[in-house]
Design a protein around this ligand. Structure first.
Ligand SMILES: NC(=O)c1ccc[n+]([C@@H]2O[C@H](COP(=O)([O-])OP(=O)(O)OC[C@H]3O[C@@H](n4cnc5c(N)ncnc54)[C@H](OP(=O)(O)O)[C@@H]3O)[C@@H](O)[C@H]2O)c1
Ligand SMILES: [Zn+2]
Ligand SMILES: [Zn+2]
Length: 352
């Protein structure tokens, strides 16, 4: 075991603050990574504040962060994919049972026995896992991704959650050229959704509550932008969408979006608001529409997404911050005041 600097929250009302955590020494199949950048996902904020207490209660102290990019500093004797000095990335999963049908199918995100990157029982050290708001992490090589060399690293970090969470359902629901795709909420996930849907060739319509994001949405790859508070603008798109991805972090009316789906259209929720959403049965019955959800993605698909982003030169639009600004960043995230993902420069932890 060794000590690593990190930022943790001591309770649901405490700010994040500097601390020291234990990390395991790399075992046979482990990769030790010096973390260079870690994105701030809204899930970090939900969990630091225990907003998912019903589903995934937070164990304190919590060290969040599951959008991790860094450089390999040591490898176990059995590691074949990585060597010291390589770039490497880690997303929301650091292990799974590897034996269930989902794992065998390469869809570890559905494994009944996953190990999430933070706030999850740690099979190695006991206690819970600690995430990427830290100077280093040790992960089994099977759960470590290769990082394309042509992309900006601060902007790559958010691909590990926001990128895969939007890529996976779009691939599953057949987003391709000629499809009309809606993206609801232009935040971290939403802006990745726009870039990826555009690269897949779809006609992309962004729904935002923030009129000041209109120009950005078009620059990011949207063909049209709808201010969702404007009922007339919404009505123009009735029964026209093949697929809508809802990436909103707070309570909102999803029936307004179900009504925009064409026959057999699908609305997939990736946003995970604290409170249950109300669904009108008629919104689904008329048009035989479907409503579903989607969690992150498996390891193979995450690598595929990174390679797709490399090919299309896609990274997140990031505001790079030192870790010392993390609490301020959380407050701004709540006000939708980020363009469009905070990426923490982990070198700033050395000052603690
Ligand atoms: N399914 C998964 O595997 C997965 C993975 C990662 C994250 N998530 C969840 O996805 C959600 C989004 O995460 P994120 O990191 O992208 O968050 P984010 O950057 O805060 O973006 C959320 C966006 O939702 C919109 N929004 C916020 N409050 C709203 C309200 N009251 N009514 C309508 N729209 C509102 C805003 O967009 P506009 O300003 O454009 O309206 C905001 O930018 C979170 O709940 C997160 O936990 C799920
Ligand atoms: Zn996330
Ligand atoms: Zn499994």
């Amino acid at each position: 075991m060794y000590n690593a600097k990190a930022y943790s929250a001591a309770s649901e009302t405490s700010p994040l603050a500097a601390t020291t955590i234990a990390r395991r020494d790399p075992t046979e199949h482990d990769v030790q990574i010096e973390i260079m950048f870690c994105g701030i996902c809204h899930s970090d904020l939900h969990q630091v504040r225990n907003e998912w207490s019903g589903m995934l209660p937070t164990v304190y102290p919590v060290v969040p962060g599951h959008e991790i990019v860094g450089r390999v500093t040591a490898v176990g004797s059995g590691v074949t994919k990585f060597k010291t000095g390589d770039l490497a990335a880690v997303g929301c999963l650091v292990d799974s049972d590897r034996t269930c049908d989902d794992c065998k199918a390469g869809m570890e995100q559905f494994c009944p026995n996953p190990v999430f990157t933070y706030n999850f029982p740690d099979p190695h050290l006991g206690g819970v896992t600690y995430g990427g708001y830290s100077e280093s992490i040790v992960v089994d090589e099977r759960f470590v991704l290769r990082v394309p060399s042509n992309l900006n690293l601060a902007g790559v970090a958010p691909l590990l959650c926001a990128g895969i969470t939007t890529y996976s359902p779009m691939r599953h629901w057949g987003v391709t050229k000629g499809k009309k795709v809606g993206i609801v909420g232009l935040g971290g996930l939403g802006h990745m959704g726009v870039k990826i849907a555009h690269a897949l060739g779809a006609h992309v319509v962004v729904f935002t509550t923030s009129p000041n994001k209109k120009e950005d949405a078009l620059r990011l790859g949207a063909d049209e932008v709808v201010i969702s508070k404007n009922a007339n603008e919404m009505e123009k798109h009735a029964t026209s969408f093949d697929f809508i991805l809802d990436a909103v972090s707070a309570e909102h009316d999803i029936n307004a979006y179900l009504n925009l789906l064409a026959r057999d259209g699908n609305l997939t929720l990736v946003g995970a608001p604290e409170k249950p959403l109300a669904v009108s049965a008629f919104g689904l019955i008329f048009g035989r529409r479907s409503l579903s959800g989607s969690p992150i993605g498996g390891l193979v698909e995450t690598q595929e997404m990174l390679d797709f982003c490399s090919e299309h030169q896609i990274t997140a639009d990031v505001e790079v911050i030192p870790i010392q600004k993390v609490n301020e960043a959380y407050e701004r995230l709540l006000k939708s005041d980020v363009k469009y993902r905070f990426s923490i420069d982990m070198a700033s932890l050395r000052d603690e």
